[in-house]
Design a protein. Structure first.
Length: 121
């Protein structure tokens, strides 16, 4: 069963095997906010494998330094970006260079969920 959390800077949907994060407009995801999201993931998945899906509905920034610590999350199977916005997808392709985990970009949330399910097999 899905659970929805509202944090100060985003909304997090926890589902079986993945978390879907919708960051609020104009935010900057820095190390501090990334650590908060990592704590949420560890709290809900408790060491079980999961995929992080960021649904980029809003425009926001990401400090590429966050990917150094994100790459160290042992139970993180993969990371993906969902957006139909050209700029968001271009930024995601750059971010991909900083993450040492499977990283994909999709136009639709259903595609991201299918990919997440395929990693969990």
């Amino acid at each position: 069963m899905a659970e929805i959390l509202k944090l100060e800077f985003c909304k997090v949907h926890i589902e079986n095997g993945y978390m879907i994060v919708i960051v609020d407009e104009g935010q900057m995801i820095d190390i501090e906010k990334s650590d908060i999201l990592e704590a949420v993931a560890q709290d809900y998945f408790k060491g079980n494998p999961f995929v992080y899906i960021t649904h980029r509905i809003n425009s926001y920034g990401v400090d590429p330094n966050v990917y150094k610590s994100v790459s160290q999350i042992k139970n993180l199977l993969g990371f993906c970006v969902v957006s139909s916005n050209y700029m968001a997808k271009s930024n995601a392709m750059i971010e991909k260079l900083f993450l040492n985990k499977p990283f994909e970009v999709f136009d639709h949330l259903d595609e991201a969920k299918e990919w997440a399910d395929s990693l969990a097999v």
